[in-house]
Write a protein of this length. Structure first.
Length: 194
């Protein structure tokens, strides 16, 4: 298991990290389970703060992960914040995805129970435009039986135009897919180092 430690929280996308390392971001709509999945990947329960209230992550939260950084971005879509703050969070996510040079790949979380939203489709467009390596983590797999999960994952991937080999079905609660997710993060980092 790779040691993971908190580095800092940054309100803008132009933060500097020392030493410079490849970054892998975690992104998804509010309440998709980003913090829970990040904790599962790290093997630590309280590394990233979880909440029952969507939209608690409001900055780029950075964690050292071996020779890279994991960046937990704010959730997009629903959040109990005012319109001005919501637009500010959307701008932060967009600027991070479009301009962040050390960004090596994205772990994009999509809830197995939800069809991709208009916000998800906007993110898909951003990711395709940047031509960034993307792994879709279909979250909350424990909510459905095996056949239903496979069916839902196929439908979600088709909607966002991501190939099936760029997907892992996960559950932070049961640990399903977590080892595969760690391996994929390591591959993003290795590709950047090559």
């Amino acid at each position: 298991m790779i040691a993971v430690s908190f580095v800092g929280s940054y309100p803008t996308a132009d933060f500097r990290l020392d030493p410079p390392r490849p970054e892998v971001c975690f992104l998804g709509r509010s309440n998709v389970g980003k913090s829970s999945l990040l904790n599962a990947v790290a093997g630590r329960r309280q590394l990233a703060r979880t909440s029952r209230t969507p939209g608690k992550t409001r900055m780029c939260n950075v964690f050292a992960f071996g020779s890279a950084y994991l960046v937990d971005l704010p959730g997009y879509g629903y959040a109990r914040v005012g319109r001005t703050e919501r637009h500010g969070l959307q701008r932060l996510i967009r600027e991070y995805l479009e301009r962040r040079e050390p960004l090596a790949g994205a772990i994009w979380l999509l809830d197995v129970r939800r069809d991709p939203s208009a916000d998800d489709l906007e993110v898909a467009e951003l990711l395709h435009r940047r031509e960034l390596p993307v792994l879709v983590a279909v979250t909350k797999a424990d909510k459905f039986g095996r056949m239903r999960r496979v069916e839902r994952a196929r439908s979600i991937l088709a909607a966002v135009d991501i190939p099936s080999d760029q997907c892992v079905v996960t559950s932070a609660r049961t640990g399903e897919g977590i080892d595969d997710l760690r391996d994929s993060i390591a591959a993003f980092i290795d590709d950047q180092d090559a």
